[in-house]
Ligand binder design. Sequence first.
Ligand code: ATP
Length: 306
Amino acid sequence: LIQLSIPLNFLGMIYREIKQALIDIEQMFTVLAQHPEIEDRPGAPALAVADGAVRFEDVRFGYVPGREILRGVSFEVPAGRTVAIVGPSGAGKSTISRLLYRFYEPSSGRITIDGQDIAAVSQASLRAAIGMVPQDTVLFNDTIAYNIRYGRWDATKDQVEAAARLAQIDRIIASLPQGYETPVGERGLKLSGGEKQRVAIARTILKAPPILILDEATSALDSFTEREIQDALERISRGRTTLVIAHRLSTVVNADEILVLDKGRVVERGSHPALIARQGIYAALWSRQRQAEAARETLKQSEAAL
Ligand code: ATP
């Protein structure tokens, strides 16, 4: 029996390895299918970043023919400023961030950084200039340190730890069995959505890019975690050109400009107080969210009283 169980165990191990490898390959193809390779034009020069001003000029785009998602979007994020995009689900908010990172190209109109069309420069130089904190961060099957260092391999241990502190993930890392050397990802320790996002923030802090895209998580985080992540994001966006895709209005109050996107068009724009005074779509979204928050609070209090 022992003689038989050893090879069987071994086979089981191989089976699990192969299965995981297949899952990895499958995930890779999913990513590739979502982002079909956009080719650099022959001899495309590198993007020359001066101060990182971003402009969308009458951008139109659809993922599939016959279904336009962005219908002529124009806006500017002046160097070092923050612009937030809000609007109902499906309005095209995240699509704007994918176009800026050039996962896709506009069907017409153009996107420029410091006056250079991003379609004309090399992708490597474009992506080196942009830090992206996506909604769902996929971690690599490696240690936490590796995941933070990704994008800036020459970072020292001290720099990695300083970034983790700024991203407010250092205490969580300290509580892990092997600290910074703890394996994470699909095969390692599973981190929560908020923890993964903070790993992405730490990575972005290390990369220190002139332009930031923050795509807020749609999934509800508890209010303590949300506050911590918010603080970390505010800290890294200071002095950098920042585009925030906001799913919660509480995070946009301090933006220099807010764009309200609806069905692929910018329907309102302005600062928070200006948009509230206007009593349009933004003001309605705002009061609805405030009511929802108040209702949640009342529910929590009545639960606590029971
Ligand atoms: P949410 O607030 O729910 O995240 P959003 O405003 O960010 O929404 P987008 O993710 O930009 O919306 O999506 C806009 C539209 O584009 C949606 O109708 C969506 O179904 C469609 N879409 C998004 N990604 C793809 C894709 N890869 N292929 C085809 N259609 C897509």
